[in-house]
Design a protein. Structure first.
Length: 202
């Protein structure tokens, strides 16, 4: 089983995921440590048109949010089942599963399923996050945690054991119904889709 554990302060800025090499900020088994809060921004970053699948798609956007702003965003989806994909550019397992998130969104949006992503990258890495989202054709609402990869982020967004990838499924009333935690076992596309379909059937 491979998953990424969030922690803070594991190297200099030159070693951060913002570098061109994409050096990982996560190591399996290391617990998150406390960090200073990152400044909160409500501005929406630049748009990048998605070209996934060689087809025209809506522009890809990302917004930096804290937990309260994210809760307000989720409230707008009342009446729909919502899948939230928590990921990061430095998490290989996240990047492996994210295309399935995009596929699931396109396949199930007409059934009343909304998909949202939350990146645990640092806010200063917004351009890198947008680049990845564009490459993967993430034509749904995307957010970036204002606390970056930190213990504060783990607590604020309730990431089980601080491990990514991580998924949550909310019902039509906005109640959390399913949590898929990497630390509990391997997460597969089939497991994600099953969780969504079970909540959709309620």
């Amino acid at each position: 089983m491979i998953f990424c554990v969030i922690f803070w302060g594991c190297g200099s800025a030159e070693q951060s995921p913002s570098s061109a090499t994409g050096t990982s900020r996560a190591e399996q088994g290391d617990p998150p440590s406390p960090s200073a809060e990152a400044p909160v921004s409500t501005e929406i970053a630049h748009d990048f048109p998605s070209t996934a699948g060689n087809q025209a798609a809506p522009s890809v956007r990302v917004e930096v949010v804290d937990e309260n702003q994210f809760a307000e965003a989720l409230a707008r989806y009342k009446g729909q089942v919502v899948l939230v994909d928590y990921w990061a550019t430095w998490c290989p397992s996240c990047l492996e599963l994210f295309p399935h998130t995009v596929e699931l969104s396109r396949k199930m949006r007409d059934k009343g399923v909304a998909v949202v992503s939350v990146s645990l990258d640092d806010p200063e890495d917004t351009d890198l996050v947008l680049k990845k989202l564009k490459e993967m054709g993430a034509d749904f609402e995307n957010f970036l945690c204002s606390y970056g990869a930190s213990a504060k982020a783990v607590d604020a967004f309730d990431i089980t054991d601080g491990a990514l990838p991580h998924y949550k499924v909310f019902d039509r009333e906005g109640k959390l119904r399913k949590t898929l935690a990497s630390s509990a076992g391997p997460i597969t596309p089939q497991l994600i889709e099953k969780a969504v379909e079970e909540v959709l059937a309620e």
